[in-house]
Design a protein around this ligand. Structure first.
Ligand SMILES: Cc1cc2nc3c(=O)[nH]c(=O)nc-3n(C[C@H](O)[C@H](O)[C@H](O)COP(=O)(O)OP(=O)(O)OC[C@H]3O[C@@H](n4cnc5c(N)ncnc54)[C@H](O)[C@@H]3O)c2cc1C
Length: 385
């Protein structure tokens, strides 16, 4: 087992982990001994969280040293994966077997266990979080014993255990629902007015399998990415002019001005689900790499109020924002999911990497949006590390 000194930082570098030790066990027995003998343990996935959720003062455990596993069942209806597996790796194997996951986040670099533990989501008015695909998982509890939790065998408490924020133990493998592989064509529209987005929110977000609107709160427009399943929408775009915007003349990056090389193929070229649903390609740094992020979930029916509030705050948040993404997530029954019990719109902020400058903007934004029943994922106090 590899044991190192105090770990370094999360992906963004805004949090320095305070763990006394970091471990990377190579076998399940090593992991079980470690957990049983430790006083405080926390699992670390790929470290993409911007807050301290993966931190501990005790022992931090990586699971990416355990034997790797990606196994479909006999009917291919589910796949069982090692907890440290990253979505990019899983998706390629699944696709080669003619199978797919229902959705993916904006990046394929993140671990399956860490993503499911936090309710990570993509976009899609009918799509739930990535954790909603979990049919079962194995977890090493405080006594070092391995427990199997499953949707079928534990119907009363299962929905309380999937999004666990790492609090129930160290997950070693997960079983995920799969479906037949599908193709997606990705179209991008520039200059969709935010007023139009607010007035026709459900129509716009219902016009593709997965829709993302990158809002420029200062100039009052959005760049809208439509990810359309070819088996439902064919390969045609909705028209050169659509919802007050115009079809983009070339590929776009979510952050205005950045080269689109790191992004998945646009321009309506059909491709496999896992090469279109994420915004970023696995072999590149996603997003900017120098940033802070925060996000809020709000009731979807309040979209016009939310968009108007943020437009009114443009002068405060605009100067410290790199980009801001509006997405939708369907209601689900996972107790700790931010989408629990309500269809949501999510507003995500990629800030400049200057905590002191960003905190007042987040404070002003929370003051406006918390009364609209916002559920914040990363609050202003979380970004200081
Ligand atoms: C550039 C970028 C883009 C992003 N895009 C999105 C997006 O589109 N949608 C979205 O929802 N989020 C997004 N995120 C946030 C990210 O998906 C979440 O932070 C997710 O938790 C990352 O998974 P991870 O493996 O890095 O988890 P970590 O940050 O490593 O850990 C998160 C939590 O999971 C727990 N955990 C990890 N592994 C285990 C395990 N084996 N057993 C038990 N608990 C475990 C940890 O203890 C911790 O509580 C983005 C982040 C970045 C940096």
């Amino acid at each position: 087992m590899l044991t190192t000194g105090p770990p370094t930082r999360n992906w963004a570098g805004n949090t320095t982990f305070g763990a006394a030790r970091v471990h990377r066990p190579a076998s399940l027995d090593e992991l079980r001994d470690l957990v049983a003998s430790a006083t405080r343990v926390r699992a670390l996935g790929s470290g993409h969280s911007f807050n301290r959720i993966a931190d501990t003062s005790g022992d931090l455990v990586r699971v990416d040293g355990l034997p790797s596993k990606i196994e479909t069942d006999g009917t291919c209806a589910t796949v069982t994966v090692g907890a440290g597996t990253r979505y990019g790796e899983l998706a390629a194997v699944l696709h080669s077997q003619g199978r797919a996951l229902a959705n993916m986040a904006s990046l394929p670099h993140i671990s399956v266990a860490g993503s499911c533990a936090t309710g990570t989501h993509g976009s899609g008015s009918a799509q739930r979080s990535l954790a909603s695909a979990v049919a079962g998982f194995n977890v090493v509890g405080p006594d070092g014993e391995v427990r199997r939790m499953s949707r079928d065998a534990d119907p009363e408490c299962f929905t309380g255990t999937v999004v666990s924020l790492g609090a129930l133990g160290v997950v070693t493998e997960l079983t995920l629902d799969t479906e037949p592989a599908f193709e997606v064509a990705q179209w991008v529209y520039d200059g969709v007015p935010l007023e139009r987005l607010a007035e026709h929110f459900d129509e716009i977000f219902g016009s593709a399998y997965s829709v993302s609107a990158f809002a420029d709160w200062l100039d009052g427009t959005a760049v809208v990415w439509l990810k359309r399943r070819t088996d439902r929408h064919g390969t045609e775009h909705p028209g050169p002019a659509w919802q007050g915007g115009r079809l983009a003349e070339g590929p776009r990056h979510p952050i205005p001005g950045m080269a689109p090389d790191s992004c998945t193929t646009q321009g309506g070229v059909p491709g496999p689900w896992f090469e279109r649903l994420p915004h970023f390609r696995p072999d590149f740094t996603p997003s900017n790499g120098t940033e802070l992020q925060s996000e809020l979930y709000l009731p979807r029916e309040r979209a016009p109020e939310v968009l108007a509030a943020l437009r009114g705050l443009a002068g405060v948040i605009g100067p410290v924002l790199q980009t801001s993404e509006v997405r939708t997530v369907a209601a689900e029954d996972l107790w700790l999911s931010p989408a629990y019990g309500r269809d949501s719109l999510t507003v995500h902020f990629t800030w400049v990497q200057d905590t002191a400058a960003v905190l007042p903007a987040i404070a002003a934004m929370e003051e406006l949006l918390m009364p609209l029943e916002a559920r914040p994922l990363v609050q202003r106090d979380d970004l200081t590390g």
